[in-house]
Design a protein around this ligand. Structure first.
Ligand SMILES: NC(=O)C1=CN([C@@H]2O[C@H](COP(=O)(O)OP(=O)(O)OC[C@H]3O[C@@H](n4cnc5c(N)ncnc54)[C@H](OP(=O)(O)O)[C@@H]3O)[C@@H](O)[C@H]2O)[C@@H](O)CC1
Ligand SMILES: Nc1ncnc2c1ncn2[C@@H]1O[C@H](COP(=O)(O)OP(=O)(O)O)[C@@H](O)[C@H]1O
Ligand SMILES: [K+]
Length: 505
């Protein structure tokens, strides 16, 4: 199952828990009276039920347990599978006498022999349960741990990972040396960031979440503003058509165009804005580009913009209620001035591509502008590092989430840090990780379409964090619906199909 299909799961909850907040949720639930071993019983049962679902007829299962509570879940799963007449063998990394707390209790409840990982021949089994490390992974794998992970990966069996594939950081998706390549992962209470962040996300396989008795109120209590992007997160905030809507109530997006050899990007953005539902979309273009646009455009309108004064004149019309600047606009002072003019007019803006690169080396000038108006910036990694070049010392060692958060706070803007695992960060500290990214989007111009789509949602009055999150998800969903052969032009044209599927009017 792909990440996108995970997000399409109706039961999908958008709250993600960091490793620390999951630990807090465990502790709180235990303090409310649920013994830790009971949570572990539920976790182990969830894993055993996944195996019974994949293999309804009995099969040979190897459970590889680590030295902590992840291993504890493994012992429970082993016992439940045995009780259901599965052929089960348990291998332990380390020695049973060193097990502590709930894991020791879980091991006690496994009355059968325990083997050491070195003794096991993986060829004898149909499925391997990876219960080596979960939330407690705290250093790179080496020695016997690394060896067993490599053997599990080489065996070519069905692999069900407990909580997260061993070797992946639950907070960042980073891999310390090596990680288990799972075919399925069963996690508990809520998804974790590491399930969706690369490189780890590629190791997760089909992902499911099991209720282990941690209440939604407890999850909410420990939640630190991390979300998984999917319709559940923004569907209610999407603009809806009402009886009596007219084109101006649906908003008027303005897209600024570059010069004669660089007009396509603005048209892609404009088409994205129109298809996502803006009532009107206008391109403002330098005089040399006007004839080219005029020969290409139909529903999208066109204005001539020879100077910043012309732009000031255009946006004096208050009905332009969102502006997209950047796609192929040109790098330099001229672009900085255009951004300043739109900020002065107080319109929500999307700053992409050249509008960001134009501020490389003058980040503080950009920050003074972006803090003044509702802004979404949409850098890919290259644009991000060009822009934040002087902050490299601070950013060193930051995860992608931390970088996006830092930028959102610095610029007082919503940051869309693009890539396979696009992250959307709000200036108030909330962060949303996209879940349906697809390499189909790795083709020229799709970023321009995304900038336009965000602008189209802003024009319809959606707030920036939700608008950016919705646009990122719908953008990838459009690409998935089109499939192989996708080029940027196809993304806006697939939007009606996607919007229809998600019951968006
Ligand atoms: N009540 C609860 O809390 C519940 C928890 N639940 C489950 O518990 C899991 C978290 O358990 P956990 O905190 O015990 O951590 P876990 O992932 O088992 O690893 C810790 C051990 O691994 C070791 N170790 C670490 N890195 C290593 C390395 N690279 N190479 C070698 N060793 C390494 C580390 O060693 P140490 O640092 O102590 O030397 C320690 O011994 C969570 O993912 C979920 O599955 C569920 O049952 C629901 C209820
Ligand atoms: N491998 C990938 N997986 C998922 N999404 C990708 C991948 N490569 C690119 N994308 C997406 O495609 C878009 C490309 O945007 P950008 O880099 O600005 O390109 P352009 O400037 O050509 O429009 C972004 O939305 C990005 O997240
Ligand atoms: K694991």
């Amino acid at each position: 199952m792909s990440l996108g299909e995970k997000a399409n799961n109706v039961a999908f909850s958008s709250m993600l828990l960091s490793v620390a907040s999951m630990r807090k949720a465990d502790e709180l639930t235990i303090s409310y009276g649920a013994p830790g071993i009971e949570l572990m019983e539920q976790a182990g049962r969830g894993v055993a039920e996944k195996i019974m679902q994949i293999f309804p007829t009995h099969t040979k299962v190897l459970v590889v347990c680590g030295p902590g509570n992840n291993g504890g879940d493994g012992f429970i799963a082993a016992r439940i599978l045995l009780e259901n007449s599965y052929n089960v063998m348990v291998a332990l990394l380390g020695v049973a006498d060193d097990l502590k707390g709930d894991a020791a209790e879980a091991a006690e409840r496994w009355a059968e022999p325990m083997f050491s990982v070195g003794e096991i021949n993986l060829e004898e089994f149909d499925v391997v349960i990876d219960a080596l490390f979960g939330a407690g992974l705290n250093r790179p794998l080496d020695g016997e741990a690394l060896d067993i992970v490599e053997r599990i990966n080489a065996a070519g069996k069905v692999i069900v990972s407990v909580d997260i594939p061993s070797g992946i950081s639950g907070d960042t998706g980073a891999i310390s040396g090596e990680a288990v390549r799972a075919t399925h992962t069963v996690t508990f209470a809520a998804y974790k960031p590491g399930h969706f962040l690369y490189p780890g996300a590629a190791y997760v396989g089909e992902l499911s979440v099991v209720d282990i008795g941690i209440s939604p109120q407890t999850i909410e209590q420990v939640h630190e503003g991390l979300f998984a992007n999917g319709p559940g997160f923004w569907q209610e905030a999407l603009p809806q058509l009402e009886y009596g809507s007219h084109k101006y109530t649906r908003g008027h997006a303005l897209v600024l165009s570059g010069g004669i050899t660089a007009t396509g990007a603005a048209r892609l953005a404009a088409r994205g804005a129109l298809r996502i539902g803006a009532g009107l979309v206008t391109i403002a273009a330098p005089p040399v580009s006007v004839p080219i646009h005029a020969s290409q455009l139909t529903a999208i309108m066109l204005r001539e913009m020879a100077s910043v004064d012309d732009l000031n004149g255009i946006i004096a019309d208050k009905r332009f209620n969102a502006v997209v600047l950047g796609p192929a606009l040109g790098v330099g002072n001229g672009t900085q001035e255009l951004v300043a003019a739109v900020v002065k007019a107080g319109r929500p803006i999307v700053l992409d591509a050249d509008a960001l690169t134009s501020f490389a080396g003058s980040l503080d000038t950009l920050a003074r502008l972006t803090e003044k108006t509702d802004t979404v910036v949409t850098p890919h990694e290259g644009e991000f590092f060009r822009l934040f070049n002087n902050e490299n010392e601070i950013l060193k060692g930051f995860s992608k989430i931390e970088r996006a958060k830092f930028a959102a706070n610095y610029l007082k803007a919503t940051v869309v840090l693009k890539g396979a695992d696009t992250i959307i960060a709000a200036p108030d500290g909330r962060v949303c990780i996209n879940t349906n990214g697809t390499p189909l989007l790795a083709t020229a111009g799709t970023g321009d379409v995304l900038a336009g789509m965000i602008g189209g949602l802003l024009a319809q009055g959606m707030s920036s964090f939700e608008a950016a999150s919705a646009a990122v998800w719908l953008h990838a969903e459009a690409a998935r619906n089109f499939g192989p052969g996708l080029i940027a032009e196809d993304v806006p044209e697939m939007l009606p199909t996607v919007l229809h599927k998600w019951h968006v009017s």
